[in-house]
Design a protein around this ligand. Structure first.
Ligand code: ADP
Length: 270
């Protein structure tokens, strides 16, 4: 075991577990909220097993055997039998973003099967939010379906979207119709890069519409697994007409990080 590992056996640690529909994230922090380890794994159909696996991996990475308090969040939060508490993603996301100490006021979170926009007040508390979990357009799933249709993986898909100089217009708001629109654009001779860029522009317009409905405030940060896609950020900046930041930590773990910070707070209230 590493020196770091032995060290953590003697430290009090806390964990946040975000069981999302697509990925499960675990973050272990020390009592001052510093990240000791983090893990991102795919969520399987067994939510409880996914949570347990991510948690065990994060513990192992931290060189620790236990934590004092576990806060579970995300779609599968209620499936975690070893949780000490469960909280909504909105609460945990806000706490995680505040914990970054960068004065963000608007959070755009694009996950595998939902997207959300959260507006924070000056103290970083949730002022208002909008969530889309009814329709795949505007989520990571939309990009996955389209990337597969065009024979690319999601990582390549995002990079390719930045190579276009004239993105195609995709007018359908529904994934199924957008898919057939893409096929007919390609068969009528449209360049693949322009279609890929058009798809990214479409998701940015969809999520941008949610932001505008809620009213943008201050500095905007993009989180969730889709924030790793540089094309989504690029087109969101164009649609919103302002800079969109990404967090200084992995954008897919900000909610789990917020849950771990809540674990510290809740353990101290006991
Ligand atoms: P959830 O919490 O809803 O399970 P996440 O916030 O973890 O979702 O995001 C998962 C989504 O992020 C998936 O749609 C996945 O395709 C996308 N994603 C993850 N990594 C990347 C990447 N490097 N580039 C583009 N998309 C990514």
């Amino acid at each position: 075991m590493s020196t770091l590992g032995v060290y953590h056996i003697f430290m009090e640690l806390f964990a946040g577990l975000d069981v999302g529909s697509t990925a499960t994230k675990a973050v272990v922090v020390d009592g001052r909220g510093r990240i000791v380890s983090s893990v991102v794994i795919p969520t399987s159909s067994d939510l409880s097993a996914s949570g347990a696996r991510a948690f065990e991996k994060a513990l192992k990475k931290a060189g620790a055997e236990r934590v004092s308090f576990v806060v579970a969040t995300g779609y599968g939060r209620k499936s975690i039998p070893f949780r000490d508490a469960s909280l909504t993603e909105i609460t945990c996301q806000a706490v995680g973003i505040r914990g970054l100490g960068e004065d963000f006021r608007t959070v755009i979170d694009i996950g595998g099967q939902d997207s959300k926009v959260i507006v924070l007040d000056e103290e970083g508390r949730v002022e208002d939010f909008r969530m889309n979990d009814k329709c795949a357009a505007g989520t990571g799933r939309f990009l996955e379906v389209m990337a597969e249709r065009l024979g690319m993986d999601v990582v390549e898909f995002g990079r390719v979207s930045l190579l276009s100089e004239s993105p195609q217009e995709i007018s359908s708001v529904c994934t199924v119709f957008a898919e057939s629109e893409v096929v007919s654009l390609l068969s009528s001779g449209a360049r693949k890069v322009d279609v890929v860029a058009g798809i990214h522009k479409a998701i940015a317009q969809r999520v941008g519409g949610m932001c505008k409905a809620l009213g943008l405030r201050g500095k905007v940060v993009l989180t969730g697994g889709v924030a790793r896609n540089p094309g989504v950020r690029f087109f969101l900046e164009k649609v919103l007409g302002r800079k969109v930041y990404t967090p200084k930590i992995d954008p897919s773990i900000t909610c789990a990080y917020g849950a771990s910070l809540m674990a510290i707070k809740m353990a101290r209230k006991l």
